[in-house]
Design a protein around this ligand. Structure first.
Ligand code: SAM
Length: 355
């Protein structure tokens, strides 16, 4: 069965890799923020995707020349339920415009405005159904037609993904933390591992539990460690608040973890927040020394991560650490890299690593 995923424009690259990791399609292709994939039915997992706005069943795809013929030939009775609506959108290589704006966007495509209007295209469905009814809002048969540069994709809405990330933001949890990630990013990071079903996800620097909450809510088992007792307690309280039961949380120094774990997802301590650095004051004189110190600290993390990782890790490094250089000395391979700007002095580098 073929599906079309409309990826969030906030981060198309992250949305795409997240979906591929979770759904493992037989084959896929993508244009702009439209990701077409061939799947065995895996509907349950669509709801996990943080950077996907909507999922469609692909009814057919065609060239511009054959599109109208396909609209005429398609068996609309096979998908029609109660009422219908038709929406058209243009997909560009890196953006999307909705509604009738596609005419402006696709100046280079020979666009027959009348022929490709929502009204005209709806006519093909109207004529293919016995007692048709058009309902524009909350329609039961929501047909969406995506025009790309060379192809047209005719789709049926499967589900829109509406995550309640706001209610899980750090300041809404019983024990907040200013350094906790946005839940959307935390969820996508967990998904990038491809962990499913009863798999366990470990955050060895779990802090107040932002990553573990997302993993736990997706039904994964979670294990969290933190050196700081107060931070670990925050995780315990926060996870309980969200009803996450299958968890194991322990006060432990990362460097003392001896077990191997298949999936590790973590946001490393940054600069002066690292425990090593807590008693050191940055001055012009010692700035370089501190830089070297942090390099050593993150280097040590990479070599211990290599010891305890069995399969895949998703790690956030701060931009001021040359993780590529450090990783060359290890057996960990970089699979994907993403970036998030935080403020002038900090950009988060989200790196997917494989053993
Ligand atoms: C960036 S914060 C993690 C934030 C977390 N994702 C959250 O949602 O709150 C990094 C955490 O690493 C912990 N930490 C620092 N050094 C550590 C070590 N050697 N072993 C374990 N945890 C450590 C800190 O106490 C801090 O809570």
């Amino acid at each position: 069965m073929k599906f079309a995923l409309l990826l969030s424009k906030e981060d198309i690259h992250l949305g795409k890799e997240e979906a591929l990791a979770i759904l493992s399609p037989k084959s896929y292709s993508n244009v702009g923020n439209l990701l077409i994939m061939h799947l065995k039915e895996k509907e349950g997992l669509f709801n996990r995707l943080a950077y996907t706005d909507a999922v469609y069943v692909l009814l057919f795809e065609s060239s511009y020349n054959q599109f109208i013929g396909e609209m005429e030939r398609f068996d609309w009775k096979s998908v029609y339920r109660e009422n219908f609506c038709v929406r058209v959108s243009s997909i560009l290589s890196n953006s999307i415009k909705s509604g009738n704006k596609h005419r402006k966007v696709h100046k280079n495509i020979k666009f027959d405005k009348k022929l490709y209007s929502e009204q005209n295209l709806a006519g093909f469905i109207w004529r293919g159904i016995d007692n048709p009814k058009v309902t524009l809002r909350n329609s039961k048969t929501n047909i969406r037609i995506f025009f790309t540069k060379n192809k047209v994709y005719c789709c049926l809405l499967h589900n829109e993904l509406r995550h309640d990330f706001n209610s899980r933001k750090s300041h809404k949890r019983p024990r907040p933390s200013p350094v906790s990630l946005h839940p959307k990013l935390a969820k996508a990071m967990v998904n990038l591992t491809g962990a499913k079903n009863e798999d366990t996800v470990v955050d060895p620097f779990c802090g107040s539990g932002g990553i573990l909450i997302e993993a736990g809510l997706m039904g994964l088992r979670v294990v969290g460690y933190d050196l700081n007792k107060k931070m670990l307690w925050k995780s315990i309280v926060n996870l309980k608040h969200f009803g996450i039961k299958s968890s194991s949380l322990l006060v432990k120094d990362f460097f003392n973890i001896r077990r191997k774990y298949k999936y590790i997802v973590t946001d490393l301590p940054y600069g002066l927040n690292t425990n090593i650095m807590q008693n050191i004051r940055v001055t012009k004189v010692n700035k370089n020394k501190i830089g070297n110190y942090l390099d050593k600290f993150y280097g040590k993390i990479i070599s211990h991560l290599e010891n305890i990782l069995a399969d895949k890790a998703v790690v956030i490094f701060p931009n001021y650490f040359d993780y590529r250089k450090a990783l060359k000395k290890s057996k960990l391979k970089i699979k994907h890299e993403f970036e998030r700007y935080v403020h002038n002095n900090l950009t988060r580098k989200i790196v997917v690593l494989e053993k």
